[in-house]
Design a binder for this molecule. Structure first.
Ligand SMILES: [Zn+2]
Length: 118
């Protein structure tokens, strides 16, 4: 018997993320590279996503719907978007039960979806 129930993605806590970030930048420095914040964040996002672990959701940008979604299925998303949090670009409080980031569309009940803040 197989389960078709989707499982929630494994998402790091802020503390775990900060620890991983510190270790990554320290190891890079030890090897003669200074990783900038954006490069370190990008490296962590992609490296962790490759093994099914994901970074915490960033704070939502203001002025649009605050629903967010984590593309976490490696069968569905390529490496450029896997593990990269998406935020809905529609107006706050928009109608309908789907959200749209420009690259991904999702309903609130998807695993990895965070509903809009009320
Ligand atoms: Zn939305």
């Amino acid at each position: 018997m197989t389960s078709t129930q989707p499982t929630a993605p494994r998402i790091l806590t802020e503390e775990e993320y900060e620890l991983a970030y510190e270790r990554l930048t320290r190891a890079a420095y030890r090897n003669g590279s200074r990783l900038g914040e954006a490069a370190a964040h990008d490296a962590l996002t992609e490296t962790l996503a490759a093994v099914g672990v994901f970074i915490p959701a960033p704070d939502p940008e203001p002025d649009t719907c605050t629903a967010r979604y984590l593309p976490h299925d490696a069968d569905e998303f390529g490496p450029d978007i896997l593990g990269v949090w998406q935020q809905c670009e529609d107006d706050p409080g928009h109608e309908g039960d789907r959200h749209e980031s420009g690259e991904v569309s999702w309903p609130d009940e998807y695993p990895g979806a965070l509903p809009a803040a009320q």
